[in-house]
Design a binder for this molecule. Structure first.
Ligand code: ZN
Length: 272
């Protein structure tokens, strides 16, 4: 059984502020250590439940956050940018299931810690008309390869968002968000136990065929990015094939999910 652990930083144990996740800030040193500990706890649970191979995709910032010298030696670390699948670095048809660690709610979510989608320039992302955050987008990428998303950790708001899109997904809530910059955070010793137990349950359920199924999108995929400011939409709309759909939004219909994902990344790059 081959498992991909896709991790981000905003939903890691104790994270409540951007400074915790910014490499040029002194606080970052503490939180990348906690991020590594959260991931190790999930690796432990996945291996307990029968996983044979573990790949860890580092999806925050430039993908260099985990401390490889402290990472569980039984995992392979997929680090750095730019990789074809970005936050899902390593996804392919050989992976059996994906576990999301340290995820956060989508842009605009009320009462969710550091809620955003991809960057703070994105007001909303719509895929075939449905609003998604990074969890939804990356779950669809996994689904393209017929791989299910079976676990997510973060605050209670990403747990709700994930459950709404993937009913039955195993969730580990490491902090209760009280606002954008505040939460009631469980200490690492507690969250590590929780993460190991939940990951074990998720992988065990998967191996017993009782985990969620892959979320597949078939046919053309329409991507619409609503930016926070019209000037971003103005420059993003220069992408061939894209159209300005409103003052702040640009959209494009692509032949499949990989093309739509490339279009999304390109629109974000052009629009910033
Ligand atoms: Zn992040």
């Amino acid at each position: 059984m081959r498992i991909l652990i896709a991790c981000d930083m905003e939903g890691i144990t104790g994270v409540t502020r951007w400074e915790h996740c910014e490499p040029d800030h002194a606080e970052y040193t503490r939180f990348r250590k906690l991020m590594t500990a959260d991931v190790n706890a999930v690796i432990e649970g996945a291996l307990d439940a029968g996983a044979d191979e573990i790949f860890v995709a580092d999806g925050h910032h430039s993908g260099q956050n985990l401390l490889i010298e402290e990472l569980d030696e039984r995992a392979v670390y997929n680090a750095g940018t730019s990789s074809p699948w970005s936050m899902m670095n390593g996804i392919d048809g050989q992976i059996d299931a994906v576990l999301f660690v340290g995820y956060h709610a989508k842009a605009g979510s009320a009462g969710a810690i550091l809620a955003h989608t991809w960057s703070n320039d994105v007001f909303d992302l719509r895929i075939n008309g449905q609003s998604h955050g990074e969890f939804g987008l990356n779950t669809l990428i996994a689904g393209y390869f017929s791989v299910p998303a079976i676990f997510v950790s973060g605050d209670q708001m990403i747990a709700q968002e994930a459950t709404a899109f993937v009913p039955g997904i195993e969730t580990a809530v490491v902090k209760q968000a009280n606002g954008y910059f505040s939460g009631s955070c469980l200490p690492p010793e507690q969250t590590q136990r929780l993460l190991t137990e939940s990951a074990r349950t998720a992988v065990r359920n998967f191996s017993q065929s009782s985990a969620p199924k892959p979320v597949k999108s078939t046919g053309p995929v329409d991507i619409a990015v609503e930016f926070t400011h019209p000037h971003m939409a103005e420059t993003a709309a220069r992408m061939p094939g894209a159209e300005r759909r409103s003052g702040r939004s640009v959209g494009i219909t692509c032949q499949d999910l990989p093309q739509a994902f490339l279009a999304f990344r390109t629109l974000c790059n052009l629009g910033k």
